[in-house]
Design a protein around this ligand. Sequence first.
Ligand code: ASP
Ligand code: MG
Length: 437
Amino acid sequence: MGNPVAKGLRVGAADALSLNRWWGPVSSPTVPLIVQKFGGTSVANAERIHRAARRAIRAKLEGKQVVLVVSAMGHTTDELLKLAGEVSADPPKRELDMLLTTGEQVSIALMAMAIHAAGHEAISLTGAQLGLLTDSVHTRARIQRISRERIDRELAAGRIVIVAGFQGIDAGGEITTLGRGASDTTAAALASVLGAEICEIYTDVDGVYTTDPRLVPQARKIDRISYDTMLEMAAAGAAVMHSRAIEFGKKYRVPIHVRSSLTDAPGTLIMTETKGMEDAAVQGVTLKQDLASITLAGVPNRPGMAARIFSAIAAKNVLVDDIVQNVYDDGRQANLTFSVSAADLAEAKRICADLVREMNLSGMSVDDGVAKVSAIGVGMRTASGVASTMFSALAEGGVNIHNISTSEIVLSCLVRREDGPRALQLVHDAFGLHVAP
Ligand code: ASP
Ligand code: MG
């Protein structure tokens, strides 16, 4: 047999980000095809594996071709990582991928056995067997191409195909992983390549909420949400889904249904924006808690300064959140304030200390106790009064705003970390998110 990845659809170098270079058009299968992804908690034990298997079989009996994507059981990935840490302070990333991919190999095999035990045909496939080609960046590889050949053959033979989540193979035959939580991305990418009618994400929550229900008890499940709002909510701290998965859904217009594996109740449909979605200006509010902000003072106000500073930071892979620049001294100098995650603070401080020296800036100050509250919704594009509602709510609650940033569908305020949860509640109340629109 030839190279399994030689034929198929090219996904592009930065998977979800440049998906416009397929080898061919995405074909719509003649038999409706569904991708179902089961997360770690949904396959945590034999009983849950049977439950997931029954769901897949039900879809098959309804006349669909079924592709399952499965995560490692329960906390397996965390446990494997812990084990690696006990053996080595700095495990080679190639070997980490060898180790972590075993978690998914266990669950796909068990899932296939469970389906067989129920009297149906199924086959499990690793990323390599399937021909899910990635780049060679171990532990955070990007999908480049997915071969349809094997999957098509197995589906044509009437089998349920079970694919190991979050793993692939590079051009040199090395096993790679796509980053923590990326089984979602495997599922959405497969749904895109195969022209699935829907990508179902089965998880331990029953959908996407207006905010974190652990912080705001009145949080409400959202029935439908646009890809764009969901992407912004994920970026602003909502930990529901891997955002690369949402990018795939958006690009190939595959609806993604996030739902509970324990019930039949519908969850949240992430889909193309419809008119009705614009009715409410704000659909969700999020809180990012562990942020720190850094201010560089005395930055000369001339071309190239910001480029130099943020290139130095990007070179060390530190992600910068919001950036605010204030010009003073009759326009000659500026203060540049930006936020980073608290985990990146030490590295960011090192880089900035070097910059202060090299660029002869007047200094730097650090605030390591900030949080960001964001209000998000595509309806914001056309609504007015969103900012005044949010600012008034915070003011009435006595929460001081340190920084404000906006984009087309996001309005964010930096607040003191200890004010974060209260600020979230205030903003959720102010937009009446506990009431269905
Ligand atoms: N098992 C992997 C992880 O925990 C991938 C996934 O579950 O999405 O990150
Ligand atoms: Mg997950």
